[in-house]
Write a new protein. Structure first.
Length: 271
DNA sequence: ATGGCGTTATTTTAACGA
C-alpha cells in the first residue's frame, strides 16, 4: 500500500488540488495537517466520492489534522494520551488538557497504526510556544515508547509536519536559521528521542540529500531558488520499516496555481 | 529592511506560520 503525508495549509482552499492529486498518485492512506477548519467545515464529499473514508479533528481555524484512507480507517483516536496544550490567552503557561490543539489523530489502516501529527511550530526559541513544542514532543516520545513496549512488533507510522530539520543539510541556509527554531539542539534531541524508542525515517534512504526538502516559504522566491527545509517525515517501527520498498517527495505539487507551501511525502509498503 | 506571501476570522487589522 501507499502511504502519504501532506501539510495542505487549509483543506478548504486546497481540496481541489488534493483531490486531483489523489486521482493521480494512487495513494491508499493520506495523512493531512493544517486543515484549518472545524469538523463541520471539512469538505468530506470529494474524498468519499473517490472511495476514501475520512477522519478529521479540527477545533477552530488553527491546526487541524485528518486521515483519509481507502484501505480501512478503524479505531480513530484524537490526541495522544497526555498531549499538552497551550494557553493562547495567557500566552505563557504550559498547561495540560483540556486546552489541547488539534494536532494528532490516529487510525488503523490495513493493519498499520497511522498517526497524523502536526508538531507545534515553536515560533521563537525565547517564546513559550517553544517550550510547548519540546513538551509536546517529549510526551509523544513517552507514548511511542509505551506503544512499542506493549508490542515490539507493532506496525506504527508517525507521519506529518514535525517542524524540525534534524540535519544541517535539511535547511537551505544554516546562517539564516542560526538563531531560529527548527534546528536548535533541544528540538533535534527531542526528535531523535522519538527515533530512539524504535522508529526510523523510511523516506530518507530513498531521497538522499543535500538539497532535498519538503517545505519552501511562499516568500522570497524560495521554491524556484530551491531554498527549502526538510521538516515532514514518515517514521516507522522496525516491523513496518522492513516492508518499505520505496519513497519519494512529490515536489511537483509545490508548483502551479495556489499550492501549499509543503509537498506530499510518499512511502510504498509491501503487502 | 519584521520586508517578502498565504490563510483564517464574531475581519477591515490581527494572529499564525517556519
Amino acid at each position: 500500500m501507499r502511504l502519504a503525508t501532506w501539510n495542505v495549509n487549509s483543506i478548504r482552499t486546497r481540496v481541489g488540488r488534493v483531490a486531483d492529486w489523489l486521482d493521480r498518485a494512487e495513494v491508499d492512506v493520506l495523512a493531512i495537517q493544517e486543515t484549518k477548519c472545524r469538523d463541520e467545515q471539512f469538505p468530506f464529499e470529494p474524498f468519499e466520492d473517490r472511495g476514501y473514508e475520512v477522519a478529521h479533528a479540527g477545533f477552530n481555524q488553527w491546526n487541524g489534522v485528518a486521515l483519509v484512507s481507502r484501505v480501512g480507517l478503524d479505531d480513530v483516536e484524537i490526541t495522544f494520551p497526555g498531549q499538552p496544550g497551550f494557553d493562547r490567552d495567557a500566552g505563557e503557561a504550559l498547561i495540560a488538557a483540556p486546552v489541547v490543539d488539534a494536532r494528532a489523530i490516529a487510525a488503523t489502516c490495513n493493519g498499520v497504526r497511522v498517526w497524523s501529527l502536526y508538531v507545534p511550530n515553536g515560533r521563537a526559541v525565547a517564546d513559550p510556544h517553544y517550550q510547548y513544542k519540546l513538551e509536546w514532543l517529549a510526551t509523544l516520545r513517552d507514548n511511542a515508547e509505551r506503544w512499542l513496549t506493549a508490542d515490539p512488533q507493532a506496525q506504527i507510522a508517525l507521519v506529518g509536519d514535525w517542524n524540525i530539520a534534524p540535519l544541517d543539510e535539511d535547511v537551505w541556509s544554516l546562517a539564516y536559521f542560526a538563531d531560529k527554531t527548527h534546528i536548535s539542539e533541544p528540538e533535534r534531541k527531542a526528535f531523535q528521542a522519538v527515533l530512539d524508542t524504535g522508529f526510523t525515517d523510511v523516506v530518507r534512504p530513498h531521497t538522499p540529500g543535500p538539497g532535498v526538502y519538503t517545505y519552501w516559504d511562499y516568500t522570497q522566491l524560495r521554491f524556484p531558488r530551491r531554498e527549502g527545509m526538510r521538516i515532514d517525515f514518515i517514521l516507522a517501527t522496525a516491523a513496518l520499516a522492513a516492508r518499505v520498498t520505496g519513497a519519494h517527495i512529490d515536489r511537483e505539487e509545490r508548483k502551479g496555481k495556489a499550492p501549499s507551501d509543503h509537498a506530499p511525502v510518499v512511502v510504498d509498503i509491501a503487502d
